[in-house]
Ligand binder design. Structure first.
Ligand code: NAD
Length: 300
């Protein structure tokens, strides 16, 4: 696709999709967006996007389609069936689904796209709304090489780092495996600080030791769940998200679902999901995911 100006449909102009679509407009592409929310459509129009009345209308006469929707059920309903975008786009259209969804939905939709003669990748992201606005997202991509090569020029506008993780669904698999590990490591880090507090050990001393020894991890050294050691972490800002606890819970539930359908045993991931459920139901729903230290301090 190179430097060529493309006509691109963008479906789902929310917190992430809005700024991602705006970056495609800024790069000179002709972008036609749509969303169920009128407010989201108006904001997109204000940054130079065109707005279509429906997803089916948006994908008419485009070379590529990007979707950024909440969950698997939304992706299935937008892509599949008589009113679905696969039925309304021209044969050979490229589809990029950047939503974070369950691996099974991702693979089902990719199969339907391939049967309809389309190229498709799943390309979930990390980097949050700041990364979306700055075009510095990390994309984890699943799908055939030819679809990946076609998607690359568009993904490079919206992101700073691309990893082709494998076949259809591999992007979603990479995303949920990573975030399950993150959820577990954050709880482990919080537990260590709670134990240190009970033992009368200065938390800064625990940080000084663990950040340079075998307990070292990203949750400790980049996103420390207590105020002080890492000045940029949400703990210094009243645990304002950042990465909200309910989003971590969503990803842990996706990991649990994937473990169930693939036969993997993930006891720590399951325990992490139960703890985040408890936290989100007891005051953590508007908090950063590192705020789970409050739940751990008060358990039992
Ligand atoms: P959001 O709720 O802000 O945006 C989703 C948008 O999709 C909404 O505006 C909604 O109206 C629209 N939508 C739903 N059904 C639709 C339909 N049938 N047709 C057209 N539009 C429809 O969510 P978000 O924060 O932008 O997240 C999108 C995805 O990205 C999620 O899967 C999320 O897990 C993932 N994600 C989010 C973040 C983050 O920090 N927000 C980070 C990484 C990944």
């Amino acid at each position: 696709m190179g430097e060529e100006v493309l006509r691109v449909a963008f479906i789902g102009l929310g917190n992430m999709g809005g700024p991602m679509a705006a970056n495609l407009v800024k790069a000179g592409h002709e972008v036609v967006g749509t969303d169920l929310s009128e407010e989201a459509c108006a904001a997109f129009q204000a940054v130079g996007g065109q707005v279509a009345a429906s997803a089916a209308e948006a994908v008419r006469d485009v070379q590529a389609v990007v979707t950024m929707l909440p969950a698997g059920k939304h992706v299935r309903s937008v892509y599949l069936g008589e009113d679905g975008i696969l039925a309304h786009a021209a044969k050979g259209t490229l589809f990029i689904d950047s939503s974070t969804i369950d691996v099974d939905s991702s693979r089902d939709v990719a199969k339907a796209a391939s049967e309809a003669g389309m190229d498709m990748v799943d390309a979930p992201v990390s980097g949050g709304i700041v990364g979306a606005a700055n075009g510095t997202l990390t994309f984890m991509i699943g799908g055939p090489e030819v679809a990946f090569e076609r998607a690359k020029p568009l993904l490079e506008i919206m992101g700073a780092s691309l990893v082709h993780a494998g076949d259809a669904g591999a992007g979603q698999a990479a995303k949920i495996c990573n975030n399950m590990l993150l959820g577990i490591s954050m709880i482990g880090t919080c537990e260590a600080f709670v134990l240190a507090e009970k033992l009368g050990l200065d938390p800064q001393k625990l940080f000084d030791v663990s950040s340079k020894s075998s307990g070292q991890c990203w949750s400790l050294t980049s996103y420390c769940p207590i105020p002080g050691p890492v000045p940029t972490s949400p703990a210094n800002n009243g645990y304002k998200p950042g990465f909200a606890a309910p989003m971590m819970l969503k990803d842990l539930l996706l990991a649990e679902e994937a473990a169930g359908s693939s036969g993997a045993k993930t006891p720590m991931g399951e325990r992490a999901a139960r703890l985040y459920e408890e936290y989100c139901g007891n005051g953590g729903e508007n908090s950063d995911f590192s705020g789970i230290i409050h739940l751990l301090r008060n358990l039992g």
